[in-house]
Design a protein around this ligand. Structure first.
Ligand SMILES: Nc1ncnc2c1ncn2[C@@H]1O[C@H](COP(=O)(O)OP(=O)(O)OP(=O)(O)O)[C@@H](O)[C@H]1O
Length: 374
């Protein structure tokens, strides 16, 4: 691989990230599609670029692969510059593996020839590497078969073997599992992850599905409108979202709006602490449906208010649905007619119009400056 000395080389005693991108920008027709994106992936780590359709994930991946040029910014592999706006290692010399949704095996080539496609060396060496990988993906018995003889999941595993065959230092994956049905997907994801970890490959996986990112990632980079808005371990990104949209990207979210007076925000569920927020500031109090607690109505009364749970608010059932693992119940608050969603991990299907009392797990609420709207 061509390499060029870098001014800001990392310190000698620190292992550089396998992949690092710094301040990548790309505009199309004057619109910034990738806007100052920076991230690092260490060997053996999976980073998920997670975000809604059109937020610039694939464009970022294409720049790293070298099939799209950035307008500015730099890409490093193992601390060595491989691409900026004047210097560019061509795609085929970047030692980067690619795996996309439409993984397209060559139909006229055998499984062995598909896996060997990107390999160099003697026939015997190639055969040995092909066999090693087919053992790894548990498909050695199909070595002389053809793609049409394999199921979708088996083809996906051949595609993984093909991508891994040249021992890429980095694997870029763009929604690689979205063509598979749900039952196959979980197993193949787990197997793929295990193999990538064993090979110590640094993986950058693009997905718009929070579940997939939570399942696969060591680190999630949440992307919106071309920018990475939050980055961290899945637990941290989920439990410490930076704004309302980040909460809502992972799950349904309930929201109350309130105005702060004396560092307190008044809501139908009692007062919420808003330390340091100036009087008169509008805030959004956001929480997930699993953090709404439901109590039965007892002669027009709900549970006794407590400092931990706050005040219960009366609501009537608007709709209840059984979702398989849980029930989703929508309530209409007496206070202002707004809808609150609750999930219950059991079959719980109260009749429409039934009065109940709701309290919020206060330690699971997020208070953000108001963005307006519902
Ligand atoms: N070559 C191009 N010319 C013009 N616009 C482009 C080009 N490539 C991408 N875009 C636009 O850039 C935006 C980001 O596209 P990109 O494919 O990176 O998004 P994404 O987050 O991967 O979305 P998806 O999950 O739907 O693939 C989109 O609005 C897309 O239309």
């Amino acid at each position: 691989m061509l390499e060029k000395p870098v001014n800001e080389a990392p310190l000698a005693d620190v292992t550089p990230p396998r992949l690092e991108i710094r301040n990548l920008h790309r505009s199309f027709e004057g619109r910034a599609v990738v806007d100052d994106v920076s991230l690092r992936v260490m060997p053996g780590q999976v980073t998920c670029l997670l975000g809604p359709s059109g937020c610039g994930k694939s464009t970022t991946l294409r720049m790293i692969a070298g099939v799209e040029m950035q307008d500015s910014g730099q890409i490093f592999v193992d601390g060595k510059l491989i691409c900026d706006t004047v210097f560019r290692v061509p795609p085929e010399r970047r030692e980067i593996g690619l795996m996309f949704q439409d993984f397209a095996l060559f139909p006229h080539l055998s499984v062995a020839d598909n896996v060997a496609y990107g390999l160099k060396g003697s026939k015997a060496d190639k055969r040995a590497r092909v066999e090693e990988l087919l053992v790894r993906v548990d498909l050695l018995r199909f070595i002389d078969g053809y793609p049409h003889q394999l199921s979708g999941g088996e083809q996906q595993r051949v595609a993984l073997a093909r991508a891994l065959a040249p021992k890429p230092r980095i694997m870029l994956m763009d929604e690689p599992f979205s063509g598979l049905d749900n039952r196959l997907r979980d197993g193949i994801r787990d197997e793929t992850l295990a193999i990538l970890k064993e090979e110590d490959t640094a993986v950058l996986l693009v997905t718009h599905e929070p579940d997939e990112a939570m399942r696969m990632a060591d680190e999630i980079a949440l992307m919106r409108d071309g920018k990475i808005v939050q980055q961290g371990a899945p637990y941290n990104v989920y439990t410490r979202p930076i704004d309302r949209a980040s909460v809502a990207f992972f799950s349904d979210a309930n929201m109350l709006t309130a105005t702060v007076e004396g560092a307190l925000a008044m809501t139908p569920f009692g007062r919420f602490l808003a330390p340091g927020v100036p009087d008169g500031t509008a805030v959004d109090i956001v929480f997930r449906p699993q953090h709404l607690r439901i109590d039965f109505d007892r002669a027009g009364q709900g549970p006794v208010p407590t400092p931990v749970d706050g005040t219960p608010a009366r609501a009537v059932v608007e709709r209840a649905r059984f979702m398989g693992n849980e029930s989703l119940v929508e309530f209409r608050l007496d206070h202002d007619g707004s809808i609150m969603k609750a999930t219950v991990p059991a079959v719980f299907l109260p009749a429409k119009g039934k009065a109940m009392w709701l309290t919020i797990r206060r330690d699971r609420c997020f208070v953000f400056p108001s963005e307006g709207g519902a």
